[in-house]
Design a protein around this ligand. Structure first.
Ligand code: IPM
Ligand code: MN
Length: 355
């Protein structure tokens, strides 16, 4: 198969971790006989510095003409501490999601047998956790209008808006995911308070009869926040709106023991995008110490979701598991043992794939 992949390394550790994923993608392509080409484009603070825009039109063009986008991270402390900044790196990410129509953010949470002790949660609670969030990504309070301040600057407001259509397409994807998994779908909302949540619940209830094999549960977001770390094995597929999903998926990433491990896929109407769920980790930028595994596993999701190549995806997860078992890991996982460099982990994974 021929694959054209857009690379958007972004800020902070983004370029370093994307480099490792590229090594792994090249190795997999080599092993399975695919032809892969890469086209790199700028985004985030790096793009603000270069052209004053965190998601330039040229970058969007590159994404549109590619078969998949591999994304690093966005964010820079220079902007975090300046609430008056007119252009922010994060706007680039939001604009990209909107323009590429990426309405569903697939964020799995699973455990690695060799890392169970790294989690702050007790082993028996998390062992065998295998759940996936579908976070709605292009609606809700992140995008709703009106937003801003009153003239005096004494009040600020954001608006949460959802249409039936937006809820339905995400919910259908949730049902389809559940059918291929443990057939349990949890709709996470705050329907006791919010009008948008009541529309979510109503829309999911209307769809449910079309999927008689899927058991549907409705749970308030505050309760999910609690049960998710008490007994994560209670869940299979969770669907939720944009901001609830943002918060809960950070919480869920703790289950696996390190934020540097969890990948994600963003799926919608155009080119699909794959990115680690961690941020730009500016303190580690350029030091060759960041954990590249979340990005490498995002590349595995790319083979599965963008190209429907399950064997290739499995080959990547297998070498990642092997690297963890053998302790070929960066400092966040080294536990007093040898800490490998980011680039060394990438080289090892690629080398192992080509064996
Ligand atoms: C994420 C991030 C983004 C979000 C930020 C950087 C805008 O936290 O991808 O989860 O809130 O969606
Ligand atoms: Mn987030």
């Amino acid at each position: 198969m021929e694959m054209n992949i857009a690379l958007l390394p972004g800020d902070g550790i983004g370029p370093e971790v994307v480099d490792q994923a590229v090594k792994v993608v090249k190795a997999v392509a080599n092993k399975f006989g695919h032809k892969v080409t890469f086209e790199e484009a700028i985004t985030g603070a790096a793009a603000i510095d270069a052209v004053g825009n965190p998601y330039p039109d040229e970058t969007h063009e590159v994404c549109l003409r590619s078969d998949a986008v591999l994304f690093g991270a966005i964010g820079d402390p220079r902007f975090d501490n300046d609430p008056s900044a007119k252009v922010r790196p994060e706007q680039g990410l939001l604009e990209m999601r909107k323009k590429l129509g990426l309405f569903s953010n697939v964020r799995p949470t699973f455990t690695f047998p060799s890392l169970l002790h790294k989690s702050p949660l007790k082993k028996d609670r998390i062992e065998g956790t295998d759940l996936v969030f579908l976070r709605e990504l292009t609606g809700g309070i992140y995008f709703g209008e009106p937003r801003g301040r009153n003239e005096q600057g004494t009040k600020a407001f954001d608006t949460c808006v959802y249409s039936v259509g937006e809820i339905e397409r995400l919910a259908r994807m949730g049902f389809e995911f559940a059918l291929k998994r443990k057939k349990l779908l949890t709709c996470v909302d705050k329907a006791n308070v919010l009008a948008t949540s009541r529309l979510w619940r109503e829309t999911v209830q209307k769809l449910a009869p079309e999927y008689p094999d899927v058991k549907v549960e409705y749970e308030f977001v505050d309760a999910v926040a609690m049960r998710l770390i008490q007994w994560p094995k209670a869940y299979d597929v969770l669907i939720t709106e944009n901001m609830f999903g943002d918060i809960l998926t950070d919480e869920a990433s703790v289950i696996s023991g390190s934020m540097g491990l969890m990948p994600s896929a963003s799926i919608g109407t155009k080119t699909k995008l794959f990115e680690p769920i961690h941020g730009s980790y500016p303190q580690a930028a350029g030091k060759d110490i960041a954990n590249p595994l979340a990005t490498v596993l995002s590349a595995a999701m790319m083979f599965e979701y963008a190209f429907d190549l399950q064997d290739e995806a499995n080959a990547i997860s297998d070498v990642v598991n092997l690297s963890l078992e053998k302790g070929i890991v960066t400092e966040d996982l080294a536990e007093g043992g040898k800490a490998y460099k980011t680039s060394e982990v990438g080289d090892w994974l690629a080398g192992e794939l080509l064996k």
